[in-house]
Structures are given as C-alpha cells and as structure tokens.
Ligand binder design. Sequence first.
Ligand code: GLC
Length: 418
Amino acid sequence: MKLILYRCLILILFSIPIFSCVKKGGSEKTTVRFLNRPDNGGGWKELIERFEKEHPDIDIDLVEGPDSTNIRENMYSTSFLAGESTYDLAFMDIIWVSKFAQAGWIEPLDNRFTLKMQKEFLPGDIAGSIYNGNIYRVPMRTDAGMLYYRKDILKQAGLSPPETWNEFVDIALKLQSPPDVWGFVFQGKQYEGLICDFLELVWGAGGDLLDEKGIVRIDEPEAISALQWMSDILNRYKICPPGVTTYQEEESRHIFHEGRAIFMRNWPYAWTLSQKDGSPIQGKIGIIPMVHKKGGKSAATLGGWGFGISKFSKNKEAAWKFIKFAAGYEGQKILHFKNGAIPTRHDLFKDKDILAESPYYPDLYKVLLTARPRPSHPRYSQISDILQVYVSKAIVGQETPDIALKEAAKEIRRLINR
Ligand code: GLC
C-alpha cells in the first residue's frame, strides 16, 4: 500500500511539468502565458516570433483580453486568488503593483533585476515597480497623458495652442462645428482612464487625491473646481460629443483620427498610429501638456505597463528569459514601431530610427520625467473605483461636483481607515 502511494506521488510529481509543457513538432516546449489587451499593430506578434526563434524550447502564449485595464486586473486577480498557474507572467499596469505584491501573487525580482539593470530605465517607472523596498515589475512601456491638437487648423485660424482651461474652451468653441467636428475628446467612461484624465485637471488646479502623508484631499476646493470644469466642458460649453462619457482611449482616438475633433487627451501611443501612411491626420497634429487652471501648472498622469512573475508559475526561468528579451532594447523597439509603445529605457530615446520617426521624443522624454504617479496604495483600485462612480455621476449631470466629491472623499476615508 505504502509502495502504491509512493508510486502515485512520484507519478503526480513528474506529471506536473507535463501540464505546463506543450508538444510541438515532437519536442517538448515550456509555455509562458500572459494576458494583455488586443495586439493592435501586431507588435507583440512580431516580438514573440523573434523570441521563439531564438528560444525554440519556449512557447509564448499571449491571451488577448479586453481593452480596459480594470477588467484585466480582475481577470488576473481572480486567477491568482484561486492560486492558479494559468498566467506565468503578470503584465501589470503601474497601479496594480502594490496590490499584487501585497497579496503575495508576484515574486520580488531583486535578484534578477539588479540595481545596475534598473538604472537603464526611467526613474518613474522603476519607482512605480517597487513595493515595500522590493522590485516586482520590469517596465516595458511607459505612458504620460498629453493633449493632442490639430496644428493645421489652429495655424490656419492664427491661434496659438492653449495653456489654460479658459483659453482651451475659447479655441474649442471657435473651431468646432458639431456634430461633424467637436472641440474635445477624452476618456469619459466610468473606468480607470477617467481618473487619469481627472487627476490631470485636479493637479492642474493645485489639488490632489491622496497626498504623501496619506491625507485624502479630493473634496478640497481645487479638486472640486477641476470636476466643475470637466462637467462644464460637457454640459455648459458643449465642446465634447455626448458619447464621450462612454469613451475609452481607442474610442477617443478613432474620432480624432478621423479628423472629427480639434483636441484630444490621450497617451503617447496615439502619435505613432496617427503618423502611419494613410492616416487622415498624418502631419497635421501637435502635442502639448494638458491645459491647467489659471495660476496652476500642467500635469501629466504617469501610466505604463511591465512584467512581473507569478508566484504560482511553474516556468519562472523561461518567464524571466522572455521578460529580458521583451523589455530589452530590441523588444521595446519592435513594440514602439508596431504599436506606438513608449520605451522605458533611456537609451531608446536616443535611437536614430525612433528619433527620425518621432522627432518630438526629446520633448516627450522631459514630460515623462515629470509625469505624476497615481497614489501608490495597496487599495488604490478600490479608491479609484469609488472615485470613478462619483466623477462619472458629476459629468453625466446626476450630481453636483461639490456633493459628488464630498461623498467620494467620505467613502475613500472610510476605506483606507478600515
Ligand atoms: C494606459 C496607462 C495605464 C492606465 C490606463 C487607463 O494604459 O498606461 O497606466 O491605467 O491607460 O486606461
């Protein structure tokens, strides 16, 4: 009986790796799986093909999930909560790091991703990958919010790009001709993107969500004025299409791409896609920092994505090999050219091919170095969920900005003091 039990155990132990190996062409391959948004541009496909060619024993399985960061966060969380080894890598938004690390779902990478290697990356992306003194994420692409505008149209009208909220509204009202061409598109849907856009306005008015001391400041007058303005551009000045409250990044980009908006708030990836051959706005756009309240300063939300290794993965070595390739010089360069991803490595901002294609990179680099992170709190996603509800209520006209933010602040305080 003991022998049978022992044999069963051996069988089980030896069969585990078989589950994570795939037979292809007769040889056994290790599969490394991760979840991401759809591969618009085909950059991941090319990157993975290149990696697999160099590593014939490893198969990379990219699961293309929904566009929304919130939904993918839930998908990873559900799988990790169940202790599943479905995903070997967590391709993480910068705002998930604290939560995933605190929950013990991802491995500290300090032994693999050394301090020397970390220095090759932009400081904000590294800072956002650290939790409690350990590094958990290798930055793969960075992001910072910015304002796109129709350079050709403004120039023709003899107008300079705006700096303040008032200048912005004046220009939008002058140049728009709705419903064909609207003044402004942004990420107005109730999801994380809305908070990124909203925080740029809050910071641009001198306010904050949660300061360094952990004090909730979202019900202060500066933040309220930001929400009031966000609501005004929709409901009072009417410079946004009514559907903007359902837009994520891609919906806004499509409208702008078709030439149906004068201004757009988005991430830098939209630049590369708008410059491709056949684009109706090729060569016609410019970028500037987000407009701010009079007396305030422009602010950009720091975003970005990177790899962590799942605690539950059975293929950690292969996963690390892929991370090193993907986040390396060539990997990031492929993703830049195909998908418009903004590199996280300093050296790629001096790359001749990239500079030829994106002459605005030296300016972008400066913006990236000053972009502001969202609060690094293990409960950030819950904080943001609360705020999303109330910001959304205010911009669709269900609540006044003042009451909406007072309610939001109350709930956020309750949550973080729990
Ligand atoms: C971009 C950013 C990410 C942010 C998301 C919101 O993907 O990189 O940090 O959370 O947009 O939609």
